[in-house]
Design a protein around this ligand. Sequence first.
Ligand code: FES
Ligand code: FES
Length: 183
Amino acid sequence: MRSAPSPQVVEDGPAVRADIALNVNGRERRLTIDTRMSLLDVLRDRLGLTGAKAGCDRGHCGCCTVLVEGRRVYGCLTLAVACGEARVVTVEGLGGADLHPLQEAFVARDAFQCGFCTPGQLCSAVGMLDEAARGWPGSAAGPATDAPVPVLTPAEIRERMSGNLCRCGAYQNIVAAIMDVAP
Ligand code: FES
Ligand code: FES
């Protein structure tokens, strides 16, 4: 019987660098980065914006969620070089000088315990509410209807927020906080 081929060890080549000019929380940030860097690593390690968290670093938990051109993305799965000159908003930039209404609702509803998932939950909820306002259908409500704006029931919010895990299990209060802000 032939043995399985041993895995090839591939030597890393020289790093390839690129210039990017992100607009992060309203401020232009020009950087030269290794093209292999994730957006999350650029935000945390190069720009010192540590709100977005590295929970799993592989697209499972949503702790790294930020907004790129208004759409929620996993920062750990997004190559920073692919963002080019995009507008990026992190939890630090959600509310400006004041808290964002969702942040206020999270506080009022006690929608966290350890808080590790909270920056991702907040950015994801902001993106999700925008998606709903644009009429993007969710799957919990069944087939898409002609209604211009989907009704955000708790079940619908849970489904739309299912990419953001909370290891403390604060889901009930997270949903309640989002319901407070949802139209
Ligand atoms: S750290 Fe990105 S999905 Fe978990
Ligand atoms: S509040 Fe602890 S993981 Fe969500």
